[in-house]
Design a protein around this ligand. Sequence first.
Ligand SMILES: [Zn+2]
Length: 325
Amino acid sequence: MLTVGIDIGGTSIRAGVVNPTGRVVDLATTPTPRTEAELDAAVVRVVRELGERHPVSAVGLAVAGFISEDRRLVRFSPHLPWQGAAVGDRLSVALGTPVVLEHDVNAAALAEYRFGSARDRGVVAMVAVGTGIGAALLVDGRLYRGAHGVAPELGHLSLVPGGRPCPCGKTGCWERYCSGTALVDTVVELATDRSWPGSGLAAELAAGRELTGEGVAEAAVAGDPLGAAGLDEFAGWLGRGLALVSDVLDPELIVLGGGVAASSELYLASAVDHYTRAATGTGHRPLASVGVSALGGRGGIVGAAELARDDLVGRESTLRAAPTR
Ligand SMILES: [Zn+2]
C-alpha cells in the first residue's frame, strides 16, 4: 500500500510516494502559491501527478502551524495562506482519498521513531531548528499533542525577559536566540558591541551586506573570529534550551532536526556541554542523550505518509484520542 506525504513549506511543496518501509519511491515538487485557492489547487495537482505513476491510497500533509485536535483544520500557519481553513475535508473531496493533517515536526518525529534515529525509544522530544524552532513529543511512538493539538510549542519559551522581539508577539523566545536567523542577529549584536579585527564577517556588515546563518557558519569554520563567537553563543542557547526541555519533559532522547541539524558537528559538543551544566540535578539523575535526525529533510514527507497509512489500517499515532464534542 502506497501513501503520499506532503511537506508544505513557505516556499515549496514537496510530495513523496512512500512505501510501508518508509522509503520515498517518487517525488514531486512545486512552488507554494500565495492564495488559499491556489494552494489547494497546487496540492491537488502534485497528488494527481504522483497518482498517474502510482496507486495512492491516502494523503498526509505536514504543515508548519497549529492543526486542530481532530487534524482536519489548519488553525494558523505563519507562512501559508491557510488560516482557520478546513483543508482536510476540502482536499479529501477534491482528491477522492482520505487526507490527514499534522504539524510538520510531529510528522518528522514520528518518522524518526519508525525509521530513523529514535527507533523504538520510549520518551522522545524532537527539536527542529531552522528559521525558528519547532518541537514534538513522542511517548512510546505516539504523539503527545496536548488538549488542543498545539503542544509542545518549545520555540516560544521565553528565555530572556525583555529580550529580542518575536513575531509571536512576545519577547526573548528561545528561537530568537537559537535558529539560523538568530545566529545572524547575534553576530550583528556582537559586531555592534566591539570591533573584530581580521573578521571578514565584520567587514561585510560594515559594508551593509546581509548575512545568512549558513554564511556565518561557513565563516566560523574558515576561522572567522566573529563567526566563531556567534556560533559559540548559538551553542550556549541551544544547550540552555535543551536543559529546560529535559527538566520539563524528562525524555530519554532529544532528536535535533531542522535545517541547522545538518551542520551539527560545528556546535553540538559545546551545546551538550552547556545542556549538561544547565539541567537541574546533573550528576544525580540520568540525562537525555542528544541525537541528530537520520531522515533530515525527508522526515515530514515520510511521517505524513505514515499518518495517512495509520488512519487506513486503524493504527493509533496519537497518545490522546481526539475529544468528541
Ligand atoms: Zn515567540
